[in-house]
Write a protein that binds this ligand. Structure first.
Ligand code: T4K
Length: 361
C-alpha cells in the first residue's frame, strides 16, 4: 500500500466523461483551432473566475512571454531573476533582448526590488520579475521603479493563477502578465498559457500577434506568429474549470499540513509570503546545506518519492547560453532548495510518508 511512486506533481484531471462531453461539441463542429468557441469559452470563464478584464489564451507559457515582449516592442536589456525556469530567459533571448540578472530576496525567493536600480542602464527597456512558486512580487515597489525610469513591466506569472494582492488577481499587475497552463500547473490545459493585460490596445495587439498578425478583416497589419491554443486543449481547461475552487482550497490546506509537519525541524526554512495571498501551488523547503538536501532526496527516492530541485542551478550560471553575472543569493539558495510533492488531493498519509523521511537527520 505504501510503495506507489509519488512525483512532485500530478495534473488535475476532470473525470474523462466530463472531458468527452466538451469534446463532443468539438467533434460535431469540426473546428479544431483558430480561436474557436471552446477557446473563447475558456477565456471568458477564466476572466470571470479570476475577475480580470482581458485574457488571451495561447499555446504555452513560453510563447505567452515572447508575445508579451513582442507586443511591447522591446529591444534592449530586460532585468529579470536568475531563480526561475529556463523559459523566462529563453523567451527574452528569442525576442532579441538581453537578460540582466537581479539577485533574489532569500526569503520571498522573488527578485529583490532593492537591487533593481543599480542594474538600470541606458539600454534597459523592461523588468521581468517572476512570482516564484505563486508568491506575489512586491508589485508596488516594482511599479514605482518602472515609472521613474520609464520601463515596461512584464510579470512571468507562470505559477501564479489564483494568487492575489489587495483582493485582485496578481495577473492584472504590470503592463502584461504571462501565465502557464502546463500539465504541472495548478490550472492546466495539458499545454497552454495566457497573456493578461488591462490595456485594450495591448489586448487587441496580442490577439493579432497570436494569429499571424491578421486583423479582424484578415489583413496582415504587423509581424505575428502562431500562438493559438487548440480547441482540444481548451476543452480540457473547460472541463477542469469545474474543479478550480476545490483545487485552490485543497492546495492551501495541504500546504499548511506540510508546514505543520515540517516546521519543528531546525535545519529547514520556508518561503516567506510578504505580499498578498499566494496560491500555494508548490511546497519548497530550504535546507541548511546541500549535503543534507542530497541525503534526504536520496532517501526519498529510495522510497519512490520524487521531489524536484526547482530551481537548480541558478540560471546566471548557465554559461553556455548567458554571460555569467554574479548573483550570490540565488546561487546559494538554488543549491539548498527542494520542492516536495504537492498536487490536488494528495493525502495526509502521503504527506506523512514524505515528512517521515526528514526524521533522524
Ligand atoms: N516561466 C516559469 C517561471 C516556469 O516555471 C515555466 C514552466 C515557464 C515560464 C514556461 O511555461 P510553459 O511553456 O512550460 O507553459 C516543468 C514544466 O515542464 C514547466 O512547465 C514548468 N515551468 C517547470 C517548473 O516544470 P519539468 O521538466 O520539471 O517537468 P517534468 O516533465 O519532469 O514533470 C514533473 C513531474 O510532473 C513528473 O515527475 C511527473 C509529473 N507529470 C508531468 C507531466 C508533463 C505528470 O504527472 N504528467 C505530465 O504530463 O518541467
Amino acid at each position: 500500500m505504501n510503495n506507489k511512486s509519488i512525483y512532485v506533481t500530478k495534473p488535475t484531471l476532470a473525470p474523462l466523461e466530463e472531458y468527452f462531453d466538451v469534446l463532443k461539441g468539438v467533434w460535431e463542429r469540426g473546428i479544431l483551432t483558430h480561436n474557436g468557441p471552446v477557446v473563447q469559452n475558456l477565456e471568458k470563464q477564466l476572466a470571470e473566475k479570476l475577475n480580470i478584464n482581458y485574457l488571451i489564451a495561447v499555446s504555452n507559457g513560453t510563447i505567452a512571454l515572447q508575445m508579451a515582449i513582442k507586443a511591447l516592442d522591446l529591444k534592449g536589456e530586460i532585468i529579470t531573476t536568475p531563480f526561475t525556469w529556463i523559459a523566462t530567459v529563453s523567451a527574452i533571448k528569442w525576442e532579441g533582448c538581453s537578460p540582466i540578472f537581479c539577485d533574489i530576496d532569500p526569503h520571498t525567493l522573488n527578485l529583490d526590488p532593492k537591487k533593481i536600480e543599480e542594474l538600470i542602464t541606458d539600454k534597459t527597456v523592461a523588468i521581468m520579475p517572476v512570482h516564484v512558486f505563486g508568491n506575489p512580487c512586491d508589485v508596488n515597489t516594482i511599479e514605482s521603479i518602472a515609472k521613474k525610469h520609464n520601463l515596461k513591466v512584464i510579470y512571468d506569472a507562470a505559477h501564479a493563477v489564483g494568487s492575489t494582492y489587495n483582493g485582485k488577481s496578481i495577473l492584472e499587475y504590470g503592463d502584461i502578465s504571462a501565465t502557464s497552463f502546463h500539465a504541472t500547473k495548478l490550472f492546466n490545459t495539458a499545454e497552454g498559457g495566457a497573456c493578461i493585460t488591462t490595456n485594450n490596445e495591448l489586448y487587441e495587439k496580442i490577439q493579432r500577434i497570436r494569429f499571424f498578425g491578421h486583423n479582424q478583416s484578415k489583413d496582415i497589419v504587423e509581424d505575428g506568429f502562431n500562438g493559438k491554443m487548440t480547441e482540444v486543449h481548451a476543452a480540457l481547461g473547460v472541463a477542469n474549470m469545474k474543479y478550480y475552487d476545490d483545487v485552490l482550497s485543497d492546495r492551501k490546506k495541504k500546504y499548511n499540513y506540510y508546514h505543520n509537519a515540517l516546521s519543528p525541524l531546525n535545519f529547514l526554512y520556508f518561503q516567506k509570503f510578504e505580499i498578498g495571498e499566494p496560491n500555494y501551488s508548490y511546497f519548497p523547503v530550504i535546507f541548511d546545506s546541500e549535503e543534507r538536501l542530497l541525503k534526504i532526496e536520496n532517501k526519498l527516492n529510495k522510497e519512490k518519492i520524487f521531489p524536484r530541485r526547482y530551481f537548480y542551478p541558478s540560471i546566471n550560471t548557465y554559461t553556455n547560453i548567458v554571460d555569467y553575472q554574479k548573483c550570490p543569493v540565488s546561487e546559494n539558495i538554488s543549491k539548498r532548495i527542494l520542492c516536495l510533492p504537492l498536487f490536488w488531493n494528495i493525502s495526509n498519509n502521503q504527506i506523512n510518508r514524505i515528512a517521515n523521511a526528514f526524521n533522524d537527520h
